[in-house]
Design a protein around this ligand. Sequence first.
Ligand code: PEP
Length: 252
Amino acid sequence: FAKRTPLVAGNWKMNLTRAAAGALIGEMKPLLKDASCEVALCVPFTDLEAAGAAMAGSRIRLGAQNCHWAASGAFTGEISADMLRELGVAYVIIGHSERRQYFGESDQTVNARAKAALSAGLRVILCVGETLEQREAGEMEAVIRRQMAGALEGITGEQLREMVIAYEPVWAIGTGKTATAAQAGEVCGLIRSFLAEHYGAEAADGMRIQYGGSMNAKNAAELLAQKDIDGGLIGGASLKAPDFAAIVAAAK
Ligand code: PEP
């Protein structure tokens, strides 16, 4: 099998206005020019146009942080996949734990949003991950399996190729508490096994599985050295050019 090209994607969450977004990308561009992995930045909707323009001439791909499941209609405050596509968006994060925790996102809505994104020609970064209570209750694997099965319901093998899975333990997001490389590697391995069971070994081997949760310039190399970890989804550290560049440099 061809070696999987890691994807390091920044998730800016609700940070940076358009002027600040342009400035940070300007700072990142020279630092990322020799990247040997794929790089994306998932920015707030209102930054997409400016970020896309600032990325011109670089290999950074434009990403968004969510999209709605309908093509258009009476969904006040929502953004459709086609709207993102027209702005040059390549990747969209679906099912981030903050959406699941604070905005009522369920496995069913995650599935619907993922399908809409794929139909519009976007690539999906699908997030899964257990809470601390679930891990401590011994439910980690069951939770991951339930989230995977729910999110991938009705998604074909061909569509799966346009997806990246991000394993993000909720207890490690924005907490400064990183999963150990062994813990992260174990769950990414479980995710790959799930994919092999449902889509076959070849499809599973080709899939990129990221780790996310307080990944930073210091811990990235060890996490990325795990055989089933193919990149990272980076929150806090993607807001600082040198930190993000160091993580990108660690992903070979
Ligand atoms: C995230 O929100 O996807 C994330 C991994 O955040 P942080 O790196 O800040 O933990």
